[in-house]
Design a protein around this ligand. Structure first.
Ligand SMILES: Cc1c2[nH]c(c1CCC(=O)O)Cc1[nH]c(c(CCC(=O)O)c1C)Cc1[nH]c(c(CCC(=O)O)c1C)Cc1[nH]c(c(C)c1CCC(=O)O)C2
Length: 345
């Protein structure tokens, strides 16, 4: 079943050659067609909550580059918005919301989430109908720690000092928050799969600011809780986990969380990636700046990953999201090089 979807085959542990490729943030501001749709939509969240627009921007990079997977166009902060934190995006500045005080945690109401995300689930259903049979549809959500960092500070902050401080000062309230997010996000991912997503990715973009004990308590435990909750409802759910900046903690991350695949940022050494690949699929890990650069830096980065990881289960991807400065022509060249085609040079 679904064995013609190359990303799913890799997630099952198979080596596919050339490896399937998609890019984190593949729909976004580096594409002129995205900027045009975004202009029409008004706010960023309107784009996320209007199924026809979410489908359109999800499909844009598929049409242009023929990626092997489409990732639902949405945002990890939809969860914070669903919990009524007043999320908005200030153009050129990033997300904003009301900072969460410890006393408010008991008043967060996860029963609001399923209604709130109905348009997202509708977009997923339409996408699965729109995509070719060979293409994998990915859903996603943020990991509890990363979503909590934004909820606590009310915005992105360097090294997430407000959330780390909150966790030290209010450990019980913080644990309650992470558990609530883990359960609500687990239900959300299960609903995404039921709506048509073939696999899901959990983004822990701020895992890299945590110390050893905190990584265990805030990155491993809640993600395991979330994954267990997804599998309680969808036993064969395929799950990719991305703990950005986790470094040496990645050695045990897959086993401890139960993820099928680990997504690796560009600081992970390729020999460590190859070791991780003995236990299952890895995804990554080209530096997004190599795509901005293009030329030799791009080619050499691609070749290094293919030679280190190409003989095992690999989903080719970046080590983090593509940036607005990336030239779409460089993306075309990247895809061609991964596929061993000569185009775009
Ligand atoms: C931390 C995080 C967020 N969102 C996300 C993460 C985890 C991955 C990562 O670390 O990048 C995940 C995300 N955000 C977006 C997607 C869409 C799917 C995809 O193409 O990968 C995904 C998977 C769209 C988006 N999310 C956002 C944009 C740009 C908004 C715009 O069009 O103005 C897009 C395309 C906005 C966003 N959303 C977020 C921030 C900090 C920002 C502002 C910074 C920025 O603008 O890049 C929160």
């Amino acid at each position: 079943m679904a064995s013609n979807r190359s990303v799913l085959r890799v997630l099952a542990g198979e080596t596919v050659s050339p490896p399937p490729i998609w890019l984190m943030r593949q729909a976004g501001r580096y594409l002129p067609e995205y900027r045009a749709t975004r202009e029409k939509a008004g706010g960023f969240l309107d784009l996320c909550y209007t199924p026809e627009l979410a489908v359109e921007v999800t499909m844009q990079p598929i049409r242009r580059f023929g990626f092997d997977a489409a990732i639902l166009f949405s945002d990890i902060l939809v969860m914070a918005d669903a919990l009524d934190r007043g999320v908005h995006f200030v153009q050129g500045e990033g997300p904003r919301m009301t900072p969460l005080a410890p006393a408010e945690i008991d008043r967060l109401d996860p029963s609001r989430v399923s209604n709130h995300v109905a348009p997202v689930l509708e977009a997923i259903g339409r996408l699965r109908e729109t995509l070719d049979d060979e293409r994998t549809l990915l859903g996603f959500c943020g990991a509890p720690w990363t979503v909590a960092t934004y909820m606590i500070a009310g915005r992105g902050t360097p090294e997430q000092a407000p959330a780390r401080l909150f966790a030290y000062r209010h450990p019980e309230a913080f644990e309650t928050l992470l558990d609530l997010l883990a359960d609500a996000s687990g239900d959300y991912l299960a609903a995404q799969i039921e709506a048509g997503a073939d696999a899901v990715q959990i983004f822990d973009s701020w895992a890299g600011v945590l110390g050893e004990a905190e990584f265990e308590a805030y990155a491993v435990r809640p993600v395991k809780r979330m994954i267990d909750r997804v599998r309680a409802r969808v036993p064969d759910a395929k799950i990719i986990a991305f703990a950005k900046g986790a470094g040496v903690f990645l050695e045990t991350y897959r086993q401890k969380t139960g993820a099928d695949a680990v997504s690796l940022d560009w600081t992970v050494p390729l020999d460590m990636a190859a070791k991780l690949q003995r236990d299952g699929a890895v995804q990554g890990n080209l530096d997004p700046m190599r795509v901005v650069s293009g030329g030799r830096a791009l080619d050499e980065g691609v070749d290094a990953i293919l030679s280190a990881l190409g003989d095992g289960p690999l989903i080719f991807n970046l080590g983090h999201g593509i940036t607005p400065e990336a030239d779409p022509a460089h993306v075309a060249r990247l895809v061609a090089r991964v596929r061993g085609e000569d185009a775009g040079r």
